[in-house]
Design a protein around this ligand. Structure first.
Ligand code: NAD
Length: 446
């Protein structure tokens, strides 16, 4: 079975590389010619642990190739995964332009039976529309074959994407075609753990499972973040509250960590899209909407808290702030919708000078946040960033921050405030002794 992947980003590239690593013949296609050229030259265009090795192996063994030609990948594949972006439009709805481009190309170039599988997160009804469109396109070409459509949402976590792709929490296959189901089963059974559960549904249910899962997690984070703000006021500790809640297996300890608000390329856009789907269908999704509002509040409250602690009047003129971590989570270079963006803008608008350091996110920041170029000073290391700063604001919990020589770093600073927006050092006596330490969700100061 030959596999084609349309859209070679975080999802498509990892999925393609893992399948190629398991012996499938995989061709990854993208409209971004520069990305395809770099991949062909053996350069990984994004940071994801373990991906380099997989790509190198796939290319060396000849199981993985790259192209910008939609026709080539469509005609040579039995299963075509769609993994293009579905970013939010200004009104919150998902932008399906890239998905539609791919569907059109498949309708035009398909030369025999294929399964068309959507890994992109798409609003309910999209895959059925694609199926109808493809039927119509084949009819108008008098093509003597059919195409089957399946929804196969992706649940990988960036930073852990290779492991998640090999060992997903579940495989959801939404399709009404037995042949498509069998082919997808065959694709997955060769590369994932035996005990991974499979769930077979119709197209709409599979589409909803993805939005429901991400929105539920966003609600869980916002819930804890609101409690964290309250805890600071009433003298409680959110770390202990989360531990106490998480011991109840109905709640589970996962996704109960307080922080500066959720971000990334999925939660913000998927919550917006689900609310939009609700609106279009006459159902207001109050809880998801509240989670979105709480998330915006969380980011601005972080800035307000920093300003309150560093000045009497809320302005930050004359203050230099070192921001550690730009990516929306550790082990990725992805800065899309990262809370660091809102926090940096908030600090700048209050007059602070901002220095920033991120182990992997700085290249993307300079490329995507062009309006911040010249306003933010990007640094070589966390120590360089903290030098002469009045405060450190830790935005992302990169493990390498644990290796710092704290005494030297503290001496190099002008001030000694440490806003740990991930509570990474809540249990670290030296950090708490050397700095005026401000965690999230606890009124207790070191
Ligand atoms: P991405 O932006 O990293 O990659 C998308 C790629 O598609 C880009 O390289 C772009 O150039 C390419 N593309 C655009 N139009 C194209 C076309 N017509 N033909 C071929 N390629 C085209 O996006 P991503 O983060 O990989 O996400 C892809 C989809 O998967 C989204 O719907 C997203 O919601 C979903 N998803 C993402 C994650 C994640 O962690 N990133 C997890 C689960 C699901």
């Amino acid at each position: 079975m030959k596999i084609g992947i349309m859209g070679t980003g975080y999802v498509g590239l990892v999925h393609g590389a893992v399948l190629a690593g398991n012996g499938f013949q995989v061709t990854c296609m993208d409209v971004d010619a520069d990305k395809i050229k770099r991949l062909t030259d053996g350069i990984t265009p994004l940071y994801e642990p373990g991906l380099d090795e997989l790509l190198e192996r796939g290319i060396r063994e000849g199981t993985l190739s790259f192209t910008t030609s939609a026709k080539e990948v469509i005609q040579s594949s039995d299963v075509i995964f769609i993994a293009v972006g579905t970013p939010a439009k200004d009104d919150g709805s998902a932008n399906l332009a890239y998905v539609h481009e791919v569907a059109q190309a498949i309708g035009k170039y398909a030369n025999g039976y294929k399964v068309v599988v959507s890994k992109s997160t798409v609003p309910v009804g999209t895959n059925r529309t694609i199926a109808r469109y493809l039927d119509g396109a084949l009819k108008s070409r008098h093509a003597p074959f059919r195409l089957d459509v399946a929804s196969n949402p992706e649940f990988l976590r960036q930073g852990k994407a290779v492991g998640d792709s090999r060992s997903p929490s579940r495989v959801v296959i939404g399709t009404e075609s037995e042949q498509a189901k069998r082919m997808l089963q065959a694709v997955y059974e060769t590369h994932i753990r035996e005990d991974v559960p499979f769930l077979y549904t119709n197209l709409e249910t599979a589409e909803m499972i993805k939005y429901a899962s991400n929105s539920f997690l966003a609600v869980k984070i916002s819930f804890v973040n609101e409690l964290a703000l309250l805890s600071e006021k009433v003298g409680a500790d959110i770390g202990d509250i989360a531990a106490g809640m998480g011991l109840d297996e109905r709640i589970s300890p996962h996704f109960l960590q307080a922080g500066p608000g959720y971000g990334g390329s999925c939660f913000p856009k998927d919550t917006q899209a689900l609310v939009d789907i609700g609106r279009r269908n006459g159902e207001e999704l109050h809880i998801v909407r509240a989670a979105m509002t709480a998330n915006e509040k969380q980011k601005s409250r972080m800035v307000a808290k920093i300003a309150e602690q560093l000045s009497f009047d809320g302005t930050l003129k004359g203050k230099t702030i070192a921001v550690w971590g730009l990516s929306f989570k550790p082990e990725t270079d992805d800065i899309r919708d990262a809370p660091s963006y809102a926090v940096i803008n908030g600090l700048l608008s209050r007059g602070a000078a901002v220095k920033a350091y991120c182990p992997q996110g700085m290249k993307q920041a300079q490329r995507q946040w062009t309006e911040l170029n010249g306003l933010v000073t990007y640094c070589e290391s966390e120590a360089d960033c903290a030098q002469n700063a009045d405060a450190i604001v830790l935005m992302t919990e990169w493990e390498q921050f644990r290796e710092i020589s704290w005494d030297i770093l503290a001496k190099s600073m002008r001030g000694n405030a440490f806003f740990d927006l991930r509570n990474m050092f809540a249990e670290h006596p030296r950090v708490r002794r050397l700095f005026r330490y401000y965690p999230v969700g606890s009124s207790e100061l070191a």
